[in-house]
Write a protein that binds this ligand. Structure first.
Ligand SMILES: C[S@@+](CC[C@H](N)C(=O)[O-])C[C@H]1O[C@@H](n2cnc3c(N)ncnc32)[C@H](O)[C@@H]1O
Length: 201
């Protein structure tokens, strides 16, 4: 049986957590914060009208922007409250509830592989540790052979960058480019954030 993600454990312990998270992002949007930096980077990686999988899509923050600029976006997230918000606010993309460790979109009638997978907002650090490699494998299985993944998360959250890169290699990914921010600053040994642009190995 798939071990539940840390996010699922957190929201089970505190059922208010998801609604508070939704409200936080509504407030940030209302305050005019830039919430789409990750999406801008991913858009630059893509041909027009590309297929994008937003892995751990939350409220749809990233995928919705990619849909708004013309991409065909599917978002998958394990939190039904956040997926409901994404469906309500961003009906131009497809939002599904599901665990990334069990991702099987062809079984849900979405057979065509993706040009890119975006996994932003520390999703990797919320996975159950036992599912990390499987999630990366499932991502690989859903991307085209010439596709890529853009995965970003912060240091000090229980997933060492070196461990992540080793897990990605085990799952069939090779690093194309490592950055320390979504606005393209280079990765350094003391970076506090990793944005890994990966390609199928
Ligand atoms: C901090 S939120 C980020 C959401 C979104 N990517 C963003 O940046 O706005 C982390 C998300 O990861 C999702 N998540 C964590 N583990 C997951 C898993 N195994 N399967 C699906 N979603 C997962 C949670 O449900 C949550 O929505």
């Amino acid at each position: 049986m798939t071990e539940p993600s840390m996010w699922t454990r957190m929201t089970t312990e505190n059922p208010e957590h998801s609604a508070a998270y939704v409200q936080r992002f509504r407030d940030l949007a209302a305050a005019g914060q830039d919430l789409v930096g990750e999406a801008r980077l991913v858009d630059a990686m893509l041909p027009r009208s590309a297929r994008v999988l937003d892995a751990g899509s939350g409220t749809g923050r990233v995928g919705a922007h990619l849909a708004a600029v013309g991409h065909d976006v599917v978002g998958v997230d394990g939190d039904p409250v956040l997926v409901a918000e994404a469906r309500k606010e961003h009906p131009t993309a497809t939002w599904l509830v599901g665990d990334l460790a069990e991702l099987d979109l062809p079984a849900a009638g979405i057979a065509e592989p993706f040009h890119a997978i975006v996994c932003a907002g520390n999703v990797m650090t919320f996975l159950a540790e036992s599912t990390r490699v499987e999630v990366l494998r499932r991502m690989r299985a859903h991307v085209r052979d010439d596709g890529r993944a853009a995965i970003g998360f912060g240091a000090g959250r229980g997933y060492e960058f070196t461990d992540f890169l080793a897990d990605a290699a085990t799952a069939g990914w090779a690093p194309d480019l490592l950055l320390s921010t979504w606005d393209l600053r280079p990765y350094t040994e003391d970076a506090q954030f990793l944005v890994a642009l990966l390609r199928p190995a």
